[in-house]
Design a binder for this molecule. Structure first.
Ligand SMILES: Nc1nc2c(ncn2[C@@H]2O[C@H](COP(=O)(O)OP(=O)(O)OP(=O)(O)O)[C@@H](O)[C@H]2O)c(=O)[nH]1
Ligand SMILES: [Mg+2]
Length: 307
């Protein structure tokens, strides 16, 4: 069954890990979702949305690509950033294929790829994303430059939000996977438990409605997830770093937390296809982003040596 393609003599099954990396906000999570055809990884207009590695699996009858979404590459300022950068680094060492994503409309992203060295021996593909943000002359110029550079096996352009270029990009990635049986059951699309995705959807909603430092100071923990109940009962905590932030997240007479709660509940209901009762509370966990012990408590991996 797993070697379907072999049985038909059309070639060996290919499977492997494709890590998606690049600066914050270039569209990595949007690309992962487009490549697997499911809205798994949260996407917001704010930079530094993704904090942990997230696996999304694409399978067809001859290939399985395990896409790994990563936090954007940045200079660590907090313990949380160190954890995020360790996740991005680990994703590169684990990969069979690297997908480096560029935001064509952002000079800093173009500057970053010029200075970036993918790990030696790793087939590395460039995705020139947000092609809608620039003229075709610019795309051609960048493509010509990068195609002439031996660091990059392929250079392709996409508009991930519209799905443009996704099929070609996926095909290019699948070609570079090593001959290998499937790594996961072919009907699986994710490895994280449903409660992880529920927490992420709440965090996404926080990013959508809160501004300045507040969204970055939020972390979400699922306290209870009772699927045997109808509606499904979920209790979640939104952690913030300071008392003043707690006031902002709750809002005037609770209006903000009610709004975040309602929108998060609708997203979770769509995900699990069941009615949900969401009990959302806000709690202060002082300076959690700077404190390795608190990061661990919130489920973030802490690089060894700092924990
Ligand atoms: N115009 C345009 N916007 C895009 C495209 N792809 C993604 N975006 C938008 O770019 C923003 C960031 O997208 P994400 O997928 O969250 O980016 P990311 O690289 O995962 O960001 P981090 O997790 O913060 O590192 C969102 O508002 C997306 O809708 C595209 O092709 N064109
Ligand atoms: Mg992301």
């Amino acid at each position: 069954m797993t070697h379907h393609a072999d049985l038909h003599g059309t070639g060996a099954f290919r499977a492997g890990i494709c890590s998606i990396i690049g600066l914050p906000n270039v569209g990595k999570s949007t690309l992962l979702n487009a490549l697997i055809g499911e809205r798994l990884s949260i996407v917001t207009p704010k930079a530094q949305t993704t904090r942990q590695r997230l696996l999304g699996i694409y399978s067809d009858d001859a290939h399985q690509a395990v896409f790994v979404d990563t936090p954007g590459l940045l200079e660590p300022r907090y313990a949380l950033h160190e954890s995020m950068q360790a996740e991005a680094a680990r994703a590169q060492t684990d990969a069979d294929v690297l997908l480096y994503v560029v935001d064509l409309g952002w000079d800093q992203s173009l500057a970053h790829i010029r200075g970036f060295r993918p790990p030696g021996g790793l087939p590395s593909i460039v995705c020139l994303n947000k092609s809608d943000r620039v003229d075709s002359a610019v795309i051609e110029e960048v493509r010509d430059e990068l195609q002439g550079d031996s660091r990059w096996a392929r250079v392709l352009e996409t508009e991930a939000t519209a799905g443009t270029g996704i099929e070609d990009l996926r095909r290019a990635i699948l070609e570079f996977l090593p001959v290998c049986p499937p790594l996961y059951p072919v009907d699986e699309i994710a490895t994280a438990p449903v409660r992880f995705f529920a927490a992420e959807l709440i965090r996404e909603t926080c990013f959508e409605h809160l501004s300045d430092e507040v969204p970055y100071s939020t972390a979400v923990e699922i306290d209870a997830f009772r699927e045997a109940e109808d509606p499904v009962y979920i209790a979640a905590l939104v952690y913030v770093e300071r008392e003043s932030q707690k006031g902002i997240v709750i809002g005037r007479s609770g209006s903000m937390i009610r709004r975040i709660g309602r929108e998060s509940r609708l997203k979770i209901e769509k995900l699990i296809e069941r009615p949900v009762y969401l009990d959302l509370r806000v709690k202060v966990l002082g300076n959690w982003r700077r404190r390795p012990g608190r990061l661990k408590l919130l489920g973030y991996d802490v690089p060894s040596g700092t924990g």
